[in-house]
Structure formats: C-alpha cells, structure tokens
Design a protein around this ligand. Structure first.
Ligand code: HEM
Length: 475
C-alpha cells in the first residue's frame, strides 16, 4: 500500500467515517451541487466539515481534501499513486480527442511531458517573445480604436483573442491574427469543445452514448474540423522540416520542436502524440490565461493604490511597447506580485480532481484504489492563518521575505504542475505593460454593477465584464 503521509499510530479512518453533506438514496449529494458554482459548494463544505470530508454521487464516493499540505502531497504522488480521473480521459477519447500530456498517464505521460518540456525550454520561449510582443501591439491598436470611439469592450472576449493568437503562434507558428480579423474558426471550435468536456465529465448519465442531441452532433462536427485543421498544420510543418533540415536543431515553434523531439529514436512518442499535444496546448493555454488576466484587471481597477504602483513600475521598466524585452518583463516585480495575488483570490483552477491508482492513505484516511480525490485549492490560500487579512487584494504581500509561496497553488503542484506557467506569466505581464503604459481604465464591471459572479466552466471565469478605456497619451 502506498502512503501519502507517514502512517499514523492511531487506526486509519475510512471515507465512510468522514463527515459530509447528507446524501439522498441513489442520487447522493448530486442535487446539492451547483454545476457552475461547484468550486464554491466544495469550499463551503470544507469550511463546514473540515479538511477532509466525503461526498456521494451516483455510483461513486469522493474524498474532498482542502488542507494545502495534504493536497500538495496528493498532487506530488503522481503518476504512481494518483492519476487524473479516468472519466475525463474517457469523455475526451469518446469525443475523438487524441490524448496529449494533460490526459496521458504513466510511461506515456513521462515521454510526452519530456517532449513538451523541450518545447517550453527558456530559449524556445525567448525565441518566440517578439511574436508575443507583436500580438500585444495589435491588441493595443484595437483598444486604441475602442478608446477613441468611446466603445465598451467585452473584456473576456478581447483577452481570448489575445491568448488564442499567442498560443496559436507559439504552438504551430501560424499567425492566425484573430485580433485584427476578429474571427477564427479554431477559437470557435475550442469554445464549443471545452465546456462540453466539463459538462460530460459531470453528467450523472452518459445519454450521448445512446441518443445524440443536436448539440452533440454539432460537437462531433466541430471535433472533426479541428482535427483536420491540426493535421493540415502538421503536414505543413513536416514539409518545412523536410526542405529545411536545420529546423530540427533550431525549431521556431512548439510544433517543430515536438516533431523534432518525436523523431529521435528513443523518444517514445509518435506523430499522433504531437498532434494531441498541439491540441492540448490550445485547450490548456487559452481560457486559463485570458481569465486570469480578466480577474487581474478587475481587481487592480478596484485598488487604485496598487494600480498606480503597477503603472509606475511599467512606465519605469518597460515604457515603450515597440521595444519590449524579456528582461524588462522579468523586472516587473510588482506586476508579477499583482498577478500572484489575483490568482490567489481568483484561481483559474480552484480544484484538481484525481483518482487513486492503488490502495493508499491520505492523512489518516484509508483511500481504496479507484477513489476520486477532489483537491480543493482555494481554502488555506484565503485563510487568515496563512495570509494576514486574506480576503483583501494586497499584492505587496508577495514581495515580503516571509511569504509562504507553497500555500496557493494556481498552477497545481508536483510533477504535473503546469508546464505553461512561465509563458502564462509572460503573457500576463506583456498584456499589463501594454494596458498600463497606454490606457487609463475608465471602468471595468458587470452589466448590473455588482461584483462578478464566479462561473465554473472549463476554468473559473468572471461573469461577463465590460471595460472602457481612455488613452493616456494622444496619438
Ligand atoms: C494563468 C494561466 C494558467 C493557469 C492558471 C494554469 C493552470 C494549470 C493547472 C492548475 C494545471 C494542473 C496542474 C496539476 O495537475 O498539478 C495545469 C496543467 C497544464 N497546463 Fe496550465 N495553466 C495556465 C496556462 C497554461 C498555458 C499557457 C499552457 C500552454 C501553452 C498550459 C499548459 C498546461 C498543460 C499541458 C498542463 C498539463 C500538464 C501535465 O499534466 O503534465 N497552461 N495548468
């Protein structure tokens, strides 16, 4: 038996011994869960029932863990003791998905992770930086036009244009330029696929296996179209690499880097794995980053002192959008602290579910093989015991020497921690440098004027935010 903590001298509890919300016969706690606020349901119950509680759903019982040390240990015990839930992989496979590093397990995951990490190597991200800055320049021009005409921007949609252009450029070297064309088939396809994976993973009954509703048939069409697009990009990249063999040593984008890595004799990965990971990068890199940025902009605008300090830093360190460098971005310490603080309060992934591969122990609880363990990430990270005045937005805390950086885990933890985290923070800093150096934020808020509701889809989004900007400098 694997043990997540050193065995306690006292007898182990079973999951059945744990407290939890009262279940109904057959349905368990299903009717008490609110799909779009499931993260808050779990956080509220963690408050009420403690660091570990049980939750029953039809045919399965979850162990819910919110103590950050236990969560970190569970996440570290991958891939041997825990895996991502098999239901998610099954839903993705059924939708025709090709497993990338996010869905892969065991030896396949190790090989894919190695290949993906080569594509995220610092020199690779550095080579890509000018394209990232160019995408931000386009967004600046678009926002400039909106500021000039007094238009109101749909913040979430604007930021998605930015992250799709960045990821598409990085992942397969294509300048899709959704910012200037305003439309991108691939983005629309992703927008349909991501919520469907989340929806089906939670569905108590897999009705689509027996009868397909119009939206299921539409989903099938979208998946086929996306695969065709990725296959086309793969063929183009292979052609380029055939005519320019030097690209294998100096790839210009992730697709080339992964094809080169896959071509090595002992790589353990195939071209199909490369295709799966191109899709994975698109799926994992779009909404996570755009929503983290949306929350950050919203929170900063509500904290004028932090906003002023962030703007001062940008104007001092990186005032000229036309000449941004990675070194300047690395020097934006306060902006970085603002991003950490926004992700502490509003993590794109407020929980990570995993499944036990073997009989194991978490804390003092025996966890049988196959049990689903729901790791709540936003509990201690918003607890005064770990962050003084934890409910307030205070970026300065991240610059204090004694800040505990292990309690909040916006990028997960352990061997499967997010490989895109450096790139994501770079994208966030470039976007903030562009925004703060060029615009005053006149307003950001919901249509009703209240605090934005947290909506859980594939990631935790704010309800629709509208933003108005004014130019700082006349152009
Ligand atoms: C602010 C933006 C982002 C956030 C908050 C975020 C968060 C996360 C989290 C919580 C996980 C799960 C980690 C775990 O299981 O321990 C993850 C995994 C992953 N992320 Fe990100 N992510 C972001 C941006 C990106 C970007 C830009 C990319 C790629 C271009 C990316 C690619 C991935 C991949 C491939 C995985 C799966 C890794 C594995 O299973 O080995 N992410 N991310």
């Amino acid at each position: 038996m694997h043990e997540v903590t050193a065995a306690a001298a006292r007898p182990l509890r079973t999951i059945g011994d744990l407290p939890g919300p009262r279940p109904l016969p057959l349905l368990g706690n299903l009717l008490q869960l609110h799909m779009e606020q499931v993260h808050q349901d779990m956080e509220r119950w963690s408050e009420r029932y403690g660091a570990m509680f049980r939750l029953r759903l039809p045919g399965t019982t979850f162990l819910v863990v919110s103590d950050h040390e236990l969560v970190a240990q569970v996440l570290r015990e991958r891939p041997a003791t825990f895996r991502r839930p098999s239901v998610t992989a099954a839903v993705a496979a059924e939708m025709g998905g090709i497993p990338g590093v996010f869905e892969a397990e065991g030896a396949a995951w190790r090989n894919q992770r190695r290949m993906v990490m080569q594509a995220f190597a610092p020199h690779a991200v550095k080579a890509y930086f000018p394209s990232l800055a160019m995408v931000a320049q386009r967004l600046r021009r678009r926002w400039q036009a909106a500021a000039d005409s007094g238009a109101t921007l749909d913040l979430g949609a604007e930021l998605r244009l930015y992250t799709v252009d960045v990821i598409a450029g990085l992942a397969f070297g294509t300048d899709v330029n959704t910012i200037e064309t305003g439309d991108n088939a691939m983005q629309r396809q992703l927008d349909e696929i991501l919520p469907a994976v989340a929806r089906r993973s939670f569905s108590p009954f897999p009705y689509w296996r027996y009868v397909k509703l119009p939206r299921d048939r539409q989903l099938d069409r979208v998946v086929v179209a996306l695969h065709q697009a990725v296959n086309g990009l793969m063929e183009q990249a292979k052609d380029r690499m055939r005519t320019e063999p030097a690209l294998a040593a100096q790839p210009r984008n992730m697709l080339e880097a992964m094809l080169a890595a896959a071509a090595q004799p002992d790589s353990g990965v195939s071209e199909r794995d490369v295709a799966g990971n191109v899709l994975t990068m698109l799926l994992a890199g779009e909404d996570t980053t755009s929503n983290s940025l949306a929350w950050l902009i919203y929170l900063l605008q509500r904290h004028p002192e932090a906003l002023r300090r962030a703007r001062d830093e940008v104007l001092r360190v990186a005032p000229d959008m036309a000449a941004l460098t990675i070194a300047q971005m690395d020097g934006l310490d306060f902006v970085d602290a603002c991003a950490q603080e926004a992700m502490r309060l509003k993590p794109a992934a407020p929980y990570i579910p995993v499944e036990a591969l073997v009989d194991t122990v978490v804390g003092d609880v025996a966890v049988p093989k196959g049990t689903l363990v729901w790791c709540v990430l936003r509990k201690h990270s918003v607890d005064d015991a770990y962050f003084p005045d934890a409910g307030s937005f205070d970026p300065q805390r991240w610059l204090a020497p004694d800040v505990n950086k292990k309690v909040a885990m916006p990028f997960g933890a352990g061997p499967r921690t997010c490989p895109g985290r450096y790139l994501a923070l770079l994208e966030i800093k470039v976007a903030m440098a562009m925004l703060l150096a060029n615009f005053e934020i006149v307003s950001v808020g919901t249509a009703g004027g209240g605090a934005p509701t947290e909506v859980m889809g594939f990631v935790m989004e704010p309800e629709a935010l509208r933003m108005r900007l004014r130019s700082l400098a006349p152009r």
